[in-house]
Ligand binder design. Structure first.
Ligand code: SF4
Length: 370
């Protein structure tokens, strides 16, 4: 398949690995921000093929994983209300809230439905004018344009029984928060290509300059990731810290102007809590005043919920790259994809799920022998 097969070519991958090995003279820690890239790295064993000096640190770029527990609990409360049709992408249904998940709400009689687009939820609102239809709008800059477009359409068409439960998060403030952390070990970043496809790359050079850290925009296929790592290593070895675009077939500096205009119209920047990490200033979007009537939190007046995280789940440390998933004592024992204790084991982009799926069940040697 074009743009997939040729970016998985084993001979070219070996050539890139050789060039990375030749370029590497000392230990480097590189974070891939995006959960999709984490899955690609683990699935293809890229981290195991790299020279021992290069450590890949898995970042917080899994949208399901960082959606705060309080928002999950609000979703559960709204979904349980009579007359509500609660719509979500499928991976949110098994994310544990304080006491249950959306599947449990559905089994208890709640009208919870999996949709493939927020526009499907808007159609449900049109077809069910006597019901309140809520879409669970989470994710990074990638999913936000479709959610913004749906709210825009709801307003334009006068569909008042539709609302959005919003928990959008933004990558650049998260990178800043990671670099500001006293425990930060990250020396270079692979930036997420799909985020930059929407937003462009303008936000990244100031971060690279401020934190003296190389950033390379990459895609998701093995050669994309290896090329991103190669360029990051070359910058690290030569003491440079620049933004490079290694994904030009999808990413331009300007991004997608139509999507950005829609985002600017519908959303405004706000402080946002990240599950397992805490509040990061100006790291999310909420509906702007012009669209506030479509905000499910206002419509359903859910607030001041008491939330309780699993006492043994260490997903916050996983999301910050402080531990690998198989360093969590519950990994593969109390916590599996069938019985997840944390969102990082549920989501298709979660690091714990990637380690479980691709059988990284053993502790890293340095931890096992400590
Ligand atoms: S393995 Fe499970 S309990 Fe441990 S950090 Fe991951 S999600 Fe949490």
């Amino acid at each position: 398949m074009k743009y997939l097969d040729e970016f998985s070519n084993p001979e070219l991958a070996q050539r890139l690995l050789d060039r990375i090995r030749t370029a590497t003279s000392r230990r480097w820690a590189i974070m891939e921000v995006c959960g999709g890239q984490t899955h690609s790295i683990i699935r293809h064993g890229i981290d195991q093929l790299l020279p021992d000096q290069i450590e890949m640190i898995h970042g917080p770029g899994c949208p399901v994983c960082v959606t705060p527990l309080e928002v999950i609990d609000k979703a559960l409360e709204i979904a349980a209300q009579p007359g509500v049709i609660f719509c979500s992408f499928g991976d949110m249904l098994r994310v544990p809230g304080s006491a249950k998940d959306l599947f449990r709400v559905k089994s208890e009689g709640g009208d919870v439905r999996v949709v493939y687009s927020p526009l499907d939820a808007l159609n449900l609102a049109k077809e069910n004018p006597d019901r309140e239809v809520v879409f669970f709008g989470i994710g990074f800059e990638t999913t936000a344009p479709a959610n913004a477009m749906t709210v825009y359409q709801a307003k334009r068409l006068g569909i008042r029984n539709f609302s959005l439960l919003v928990s959008h998060v933004l990558v650049p403030p998260a990178i800043a928060a990671i670099m500001e952390s006293p425990t930060c070990r990250v020396q270079g970043f692979l930036a997420a290509g799909h985020v930059c496809t929407v937003m462009g790359t303008d936000e990244y050079p100031p971060l690279a300059e401020q934190y003296k850290v190389p950033m390379v925009v990459t895609g998701f296929e093995p050669l994309d990731i290896l090329e991103g790592i190669r360029r990051t290593v070359l910058q690290l070895e030569s003491g440079r810290h620049e933004l490079e675009n290694a994904y030009p077939r999808a990413v331009s500096a300007a991004g997608n102007p139509a999507a950005k205009a829609m985002l600017q119209d519908v959303f405004e920047v706000t402080d946002r809590a990240w599950r397992g990490i805490g509040v990061i200033p100006r790291s999310g979007w909420r509906l702007s005043d012009r669209y506030r009537e479509f905000d499910a939190e206002h419509r359903f007046a859910v607030g001041d919920l008491h939330t309780a995280e699993s006492a043994i789940c260490r997903s916050g440390e996983v999301l910050q790259g402080l531990i690998k998933p198989n360093e969590c004592a519950a990994f593969g024992k109390q916590c599996t994809p069938r019985n997840p204790l944390g969102a990082t084991m549920v989501s298709s982009e979660g690091a714990c799920a990637a380690y479980y799926l691709y059988r990284r069940l053993d502790l890293p040697a340095e931890v096992a022998h400590a």
